[in-house]
Design a protein. Structure first.
Length: 87
């Protein structure tokens, strides 16, 4: 799995933030993959990347990038462990 370089994602993030009319600082967002790299998502295709807000206000129905990343890491670890057990 190869993650795109930060130089690429930063430029793309700034372009997408302007195009989407999103407010705030670029540092409040991370480029996230619609289809995770672990399951075959393209690492640099702009159609597979989008700026996700890092932390969302309390009371929001969404997780925000930080909480979602923690869950994805946990799921990936469980999936890898299960895969090793099944073999």
């Amino acid at each position: 799995m190869i993650r795109p370089p930060v130089t690429y994602t930063t430029k793309l993030k700034l372009k997408q933030l302007r195009a989407m009319g999103l407010t705030g600082h670029a540092a409040e967002y991370e480029e996230d993959h619609f289809i995770p790299l672990e399951v075959g998502g393209h690492p640099t295709d702009p159609r597979n990347l989008w700026p996700e807000q890092w932390n969302l206000p309390s009371g929001s129905n969404d997780y925000g990038a930080h909480a979602k990343d923690l869950e994805e890491s946990s799921s990936t670890t469980r999936s890898a462990s299960t895969s090793r057990i099944i073999r």
